[in-house]
Design a protein around this ligand. Structure first.
Ligand code: UD1
Length: 419
């Protein structure tokens, strides 16, 4: 099983290109199920979750091929399947995103219930509630969600929680429904907006995306798309935190500063100098040690839960004491025990951690538990004295493209061990 080995202590310096946003790529790839016309997506990162999605779509009869320069071509001319099997769903919860498009296009879909998850219960009840409001008949049979509808009908859907993939599933389903759907308390994440923009290029009638009320009027059919995905704000944020922790200077290109307001604000509070252009962000720490910051996660435009672990690592070596509060997912602090093994002074208290920054961490073997937790362990390894080895890096490969190559390019002493 692959591991990542890091010799800590080098300040990062240089330029790194941000890849396409995983959380936008996955729903946009799934949107190819909505049409029998060819679709092409550019800027697709080479990630495990993308491969899993392609496998899933392939099983459903989508003709799919990889073009040049990170482009994926798809055509769901005729659908050959209606099932997202447990084997794929258990490795990638976002597989649930086939539910809305399949149901809208062919009137039937079967998706395995995701089951337990390392970062909490993560139910899908709101996805189902929305589709039921649109007239779908849904029941659970042998661990599978079985959904049927002759033709979905527009409805008003009020989400109890602003779920990201739930909003995406309902929005995709509504593009082919009969009449108008209004999603209230919709997620406002940039990835939801990117999906909406792509659906609009397919001829969908959508307005209000990026606000908490999205209105969709269904069409009889949609065209294909030729689209370029938005850059990954979490990957960009992760490199900037790495720069801040190591006292270095890093410029991220192909970045969208407007999607990172909450994160950049916290980095400035930590003492970083930030400059931005239209599509780049530069962070200069000037060799200083970061100051501890308090962070509370919240739906967009609040501070992203997907950056929580990285800021926990930053606070671990910062000057002062920081409190990191998690309000989106329960049980998303599995990285804490691993950071403690490096010498971090962290106390868990309910849904918060109190981190007293220490002068130095010391390298140790560590175990990654989920995607963002594994990124935080790599960041900690970059500043820990001596050698850190992060095991189970398949978690990191789900969401970060060539992370060790990109960090090496910035001057880190990091490599992948394949045995
Ligand atoms: C998406 C992102 C993930 C990110 C998360 C929150 C993708 C592929 N993944 O995950 O990286 O961490 O948003 O920004 O885009 N909830 C319910 N019932 C539901 C659905 C969700 O109670 O039916 C709750 C969840 O338990 C959680 C909250 O809503 O407490 C937000 O979850 P949600 O936005 O759905 O996360 P995902 O879409 O799974």
């Amino acid at each position: 099983m692959a591991r990542i080995q890091i010799a800590g202590g080098r300040p990062l310096d240089g330029t790194v290109e941000v890849s396409g946003a995983k959380n936008a790529v996955l729903p946009i790839l799934m949107a190819s199920l909505l049409t029998d016309q060819p679709c092409g997506l550019s800027g697709v990162p080479h990630l495990k979750d993308v491969t899993t999605t392609m496998e899933l779509l392939g099983q459903m009869g989508v003709e799919i091929s990889l073009g040049d320069c990170f482009r994926v071509e798809m055509c769901a001319r005729e659908l050959a399947g209606d099932t997202a099997p447990y084997e794929l769903v258990k490795t990638m919860r976002a597989s649930i995103l086939v539910l809305g498009p399949l149901l809208a296009r062919q009137g039937v879909a079967k998706v395995s219930l995701p089951g337990g998850c390392a970062i909490g219960a993560r139910p899908v009840d709101l996805h189902l509630k929305g589709l039921k409001a649109m007239g779908a008949d849904i029941h659970v049979d042998a661990g599978y969600i079985v959904a049927r509808a002759e033709r979905l009908k527009g409805a008003r859907v009020v989400l109890d929680t602003a779920t990201v993939t739930g909003t995406e599933n309902i929005m995709m389903a509504a593009t082919l429904a009969d009449g108008t759907t209004v999603i209230d308390n919709a997620a406002q994440e940039p990835e939801v907006v990117d999906l909406a923009e792509c659906l609009i290029t397919m001829g969908a009638d959508i307005s209000g995306h990026g606000t908490n009320t999205i209105t969709i009027t269904g069409r009889q059919r949609l065209d294909g798309y030729d689209y370029k995905v938005l850059p990954d704000r979490i990957e960009a944020g992760t490199f900037l935190v790495a720069a801040a922790m190591t006292g270095g200077r890093v410029r991220t290109t192909n970045a969208r500063p407007d999607t990172l307001d909450a994160v950049l604000g916290k980095l400035e509070e930590a003492g970083a100098e930030i400059s931005i252009g239209e599509d780049w962000i530069e962070l200069d720490m000037g060799g200083r040690r970061p100051k501890a910051v308090d962070v509370t996660t919240a739906p967009y435009p609040g501070f992203p839960t997907d950056m929580q672990a990285q800021f926990t690592a930053l606070n671990a070596i910062a000057e002062g004491t920081g409190v990191v509060r998690e309000t989106v997912f329960e049980n998303r602090f599995m990285h804490v025990q691993e950071l403690q093994r490096l010498g971090a002074d962290i106390r868990l208290q309910g849904n918060a951690v109190i981190i007293r920054g220490v002068e130095k961490l010391t390298g140790a073997p560590l175990m990654a538990t989920d995607l963002r937790a594994s990124a935080c362990l790599v960041l900690a390894g970059l500043v820990a004295e001596g050698m850190t080895i992060v095991d189970r890096v398949y978690h990191i490969d789900r969401g970060y493209e060539n992370i060790e190559e990109k960090l090496r390019q910035l001057g880190a002493d990091i490599r992948r061990l394949t045995r």
